[in-house]
Design a protein around this ligand. Structure first.
Ligand code: KIV
Ligand code: ZN
Length: 387
């Protein structure tokens, strides 16, 4: 069976930048946008143009700069937002307007003090209006994760009729379970009239740590676009992490789904976004965390030294990491110690290793990690001892 493409929609510069402390200036956004384009991203959400003059400027400049990807601007479902987004996107080679409205009962009641019927009308009107500017209009049904499926299907039908080319089904509050989110996408695929004219898109938040799992469940059930951010940055607990989606699809070829993202740039991309946003990456973050390819317990180290595949499902080079690392701690074993000695130029015999290992444990119990300097000191004192 031929593998189908999942379009990657990166919203690092919009949903990711909404995080307190992550604000970027236009110059920084341009640096990231250019690299995202090189990374092979299909759609770059550059910002929310009406939100501030700075964001408008960023979207305009990114529109001029980006060569391959579609450039997208966010709006609410009103004419003023759409006019401003269209103006900001006017020099983009492939512009997309991303408009939408809350569809859950809670949003309809508390945010809009409105009715389900009125929301459908406003949604369709916004899409129709956006279509007067651009061909490519994506509609988001905010809080779709908590919107009942029958009503959501009616909203989707109305906006497809109005011309929407992409239907974004956000789990805005990160509430859904993967099974539930996957079923929602399946339901829409099977029950929305005209669905063949539009692409379904997953946009998941990570409040329960399920954003990536939900997005993959959506793709398995028929979505063909995933919205995500570098390092999973985003409101509250964040969004679906781009690097996780790319590597899951790469590792699980049986899903017959792929992206066009160059995975070898992922590590560098993660570091760059982390630096520019001043947001450090947690060491145990999947794919791009400092410990993602680091082994510190004796059993694992012994396996990895014999054959990397015993404890690594990804070749680090595939995500742009030079090599896996063997970290020396009090939990490390003899083979890791011998490996690290060899690495700094010392071949040791079995008897020497037995002795050195006991010395190593004495120091390791007092320190979090043993580095190359500690190893050299150990070796010097061993050399003096034997004479
Ligand atoms: O999470 C969400 O619902 C959003 C929309 C504005 C697309 O970010
Ligand atoms: Zn979001």
């Amino acid at each position: 069976m031929n593998s189908e493409k999942i379009e990657i929609f990166d919203t690092t510069l919009r949903d990711g930048e909404q995080v307190p402390g992550c604000k970027l200036n236009t110059e920084q956004k341009l640096i990231i946008a250019e690299r995202l384009d090189e990374l092979g991203i299909d759609i770059i959400e550059a910002g929310f143009p009406i939100s501030s003059p700075g964001d408008f400027e960023s979207v305009s400049e990114i529109s001029k700069l980006v060569k391959n990807a579609k450039v997208c601007g966010l709006t609410r479902a009103n004419k003023k937002d759409i006019d401003v987004a269209a103006e900001a996107l006017k020099l983009a080679k492939k512009p997309r307007i991303h408009t939408g409205i809350g569809t859950s009962d809670s949003h309809i009641k508390y945010k809009f003090n409105s009715t389900r019927e009125d929301i459908i009308e406003r949604a369709a009107e916004a899409v129709k209006y956006a279509k007067t500017y651009v061909e490519d209009v994506e509609f988001y049904a905010e809080d779709a994760g908590r919107t009942d499926n029958e009503y959501l299907a009616r909203v989707c039908e109305a906006v497809i009729k109005a011309g929407a080319t992409v239907l974004n089904i956000p789990d805005t509050t990160g509430y859904c379970l993967p099974e539930e989110y996957g079923q929602k996408i399946k339901y829409l695929k099977e029950n929305v009239k005209g669905i063949e004219k539009a692409v379904l898109s997953c946009h998941c938040h990570n409040d329960l740590g399920l954003a990536t799992a939900n997005s993959i469940a959506g793709a398995i059930n028929g979505a063909r676009q995933i919205e995500c951010t570098i390092n999973g940055l985003g409101e509250r607990a964040g969004n679906t992490a781009l690097e996780e989606v790319v590597m899951i699809l790469k590792q699980h070829k049986n899903l017959n789904l792929h992206t066009d993202v160059n995975s070898r740039m992922l590590n560098e991309m993660s570091a760059m976004v982390s630096d520019l946003m001043g947001m450090s990456v947690q060491p145990n973050k999947a794919i791009v965390g400092a410990n993602a390819f680091a082994h510190s317990s004796g059993i694992h180290q012994d396996g990895v030294i014999k054959n990397r595949e015993t404890y690594e499902i990804i070749d680090p080079a595939e995500v742009g990491v030079n090599a896996s690392s063997i970290i020396l701690t009090a939990r490390s074993g003899r083979s890791a110690l011998a490996y690290r000695f060899k690495h700094i130029g010392y071949e040791v015999t079995k008897n020497e290793l037995d002795y050195l290992y006991q010395e190593f444990l004495k120091i390791a119990d007092l320190k979090k990690e043993i580095d190359n300097d500690d190893l050299s000191v150990m070796m010097d004192s061993f050399a003096r001892k034997i004479g």
